[in-house]
Design a binder for this molecule. Structure first.
Ligand SMILES: C[S@@+](CC[C@H](N)C(=O)[O-])C[C@H]1O[C@@H](n2cnc3c(N)ncnc32)[C@H](O)[C@@H]1O
Length: 324
């Protein structure tokens, strides 16, 4: 591909490195769809300084996130550079332009992160570990499936047999699908958003898991726990809250650092003895207040749960809590 006139020798060298990296990763993941039954994974994760992209493959599409500093200026040269890189990625990976979706990511309050941003409805069904998930690559900043929790989801599936499973802040219910696939006796999927609960229902249906034992509840996670009958009701749970959440549906602002102890203690009261809670956050500066948790042993397992295709090892942090 010819380098646009506005770009220089330094750009050319970086573009060459970028192309080589993509070729290498594409080769590395060539057998994943058949061997791992997974056709969605991260191909490029800000590997080259000055090329701040995260490129994910979803089936035959590419989802490209451009990471921008909060104060980054959009100069014509930078736009040319980004457009060139996007085109280069498509060409190198054999993906036509209509199957490439580019999103700009600025550091922002997560409240707006989950809002709809478009109406193109480019939905497709992808496969992860043999399970099916509906993703929408065009209309939201996120796609409906957070790829960095692939390993965590597998841990849940491995422990789910015969359990009553609770998914708080469930988003599109990917953890619920895994729990059901692992043989959970019953699942409860809680989210504040009807849109995401409907999406979770479609994900369950896609995997033929739409029996009455799979319950969906539109509620604030905290309220759900507060008004829950006060008896041990769950053997396995996932809690993956946003860092902050501000919603018209909420009487308060959710702040994970401030509110996690109260939430987890309320949840622990509803867990059966030796019940397991997977708790995760994307908040880098998060500190789990272990001393204030009542009746649980907590172990951080982030090193195990961040998948190998994520070079950014701080993408999430994850703890396994066992009710004592
Ligand atoms: C970080 S995502 C969860 C990711 C999900 N666990 C997964 O792995 O796909 C945040 C989700 O929390 C929901 N949410 C935000 N505030 C909430 C609240 N107070 N109670 C319940 N759900 C909430 C949002 O609607 C969104 O679906």
């Amino acid at each position: 591909m010819e380098l646009p006139a506005a770009l220089n020798e330094k750009h050319r060298r970086q573009a060459d490195d970028f192309r080589n990296r993509l070729v290498k990763m594409a080769r590395h993941y060539r057998r994943w769809p058949t061997r791992q039954q997974t056709d969605c994974f991260r191909l490029y994760d800000r590997d080259i300084p000055n090329i701040p992209l995260a490129i994910d493959r979803y089936g035959d599409c590419l989802h490209i996130a451009v990471y921008e500093k909060p104060d980054a200026e959009s100069t014509p040269r930078r736009e040319t550079w980004l457009a060139f890189l996007t085109q280069l990625a498509g060409e190198t990976l054999g993906t036509p332009p209509e199957n490439i979706f580019v999103k700009r990511r600025r550091r922002q309050l997560e409240a707006s992160q989950y809002e709809r941003q478009g109406e193109q409805r480019r939905e497709l069904v992808v496969t992860e570990s043999g399970l099916k998930f509906l993703v929408n690559l065009s209309d939201y900043l996120d796609t409906g499936l957070f790829l960095d929790h692939r390993v965590t989801r597998s841990l849940v599936r491995a422990e789910a047999a015969g359990t009553r499973f609770l998914n708080l802040f469930a988003y599109t219910g990917a953890f619920t699908v895994y729990a059901a696939a692992g043989g959970a006796a019953a699942t409860t999927t809680v989210d504040l958003s009807n849109t995401y609960l409907a999406w979770a229902e479609r994900n369950l249906q896609l995997n033929r898991m739409d029996g009455p034992q799979h319950r969906r509840v539109r509620d604030d996670a905290r309220k759900f726990l507060e008004y829950h009958p006060p008896r041990p009701s769950y053997d396995l749970a996932v809690v993956d809250p946003p860092t902050f959440s501000r919603s018209k549906k909420l009487e308060y602002d959710w702040d994970i650092q401030r509110d996690h102890v109260d939430l987890l203690n309320r949840l622990l009261r509803l867990m059966t003895p030796r019940g397991v809670v997977y708790f995760s956050t994307n908040f880098r500066r998060f500190k789990l207040q272990t001393d204030e948790l009542r009746g649980a042993e907590a172990r951080e397992i982030s090193r195990q749960t961040v998948p190998p295709d994520f070079r950014e090892r701080r993408i999430h942090r994850c703890w396994r809590l066992v009710k004592t």
